[in-house]
Design a protein around this ligand. Sequence first.
Ligand SMILES: Nc1nc2c(ncn2[C@@H]2O[C@H](COP(=O)(O)OP(=O)(O)OP(=O)(O)O)[C@@H](O)[C@H]2O)c(=O)[nH]1
Ligand SMILES: [Mg+2]
Length: 226
Amino acid sequence: MHRTKVRIVEDALDANNTIARANRDDFDRHGVTVVNFMSAPGAGKTTLLERTIADLDGVRAGVLEGDVEGSMDADRLSALHVPVVQLNTASGFGGECHLDANMVRSALAALPLEEIDLLVIENVGNLVCPAEFRVGEDLRVMVSAVTEGEDKPLKYPLMFRACDLVIVNKIDLLPHLDISVERLLANVEAVHPGVPTMLVSARTGEGIDAWRDWLVNATNRAAAPA
Ligand SMILES: Nc1nc2c(ncn2[C@@H]2O[C@H](COP(=O)(O)OP(=O)(O)OP(=O)(O)O)[C@@H](O)[C@H]2O)c(=O)[nH]1
Ligand SMILES: [Mg+2]
């Protein structure tokens, strides 16, 4: 019984990876770098995009917004006049707590891939499931807000391990918290040795230039001839 369950999960992940590869082929054909942007609900993903996405040093960016319901985040980003497509998992996808490759594939026709160099996929806010489903991305970034506590890397290691960059956000709130950033960073290092980290505040703008540079460099590196 237990073995059957494991088998089904493995089959589902295999199927997801096959569709993720097809997405990746489409992104590659259009020369689009894709970042899968993940975090717990409310860590600051949309705010970090609001701060950067319309001002990327010539890199033309678009956003695929994943939410269970609603278009609040997509509306916020549309105000910046970048192409934004909303994907609701409650509409035909069972209200899933993550995006998968098939959902992203269903949105491809609505995305102006020929007009952008970078696509940021803001995943559904969740610290567990999004890390298990590749969607055809080149890179994965997660945000960990200091308000979540310093133990999260130890409790949700898969998410921290799956990422190419960990952004520690809301550092403006540190004076009001008893969290130790040093311990948080040590816990990140313990579960994912060597992963780059960035300390930022989407509220004050501290560290935002480094985040913007990371997005620009990631796009340009992917576009450079091998
Ligand atoms: N103090 C402070 N608040 C922040 C910062 N970044 C985001 N916030 C606030 O945190 C709340 C959630 O931010 P969002 O950007 O919507 O977070 P999100 O990760 O996109 O949320 P979901 O898409 O719902 O998962 C908002 O009220 C933001 O204004 C920050 O650096 N400092
Ligand atoms: Mg958001």
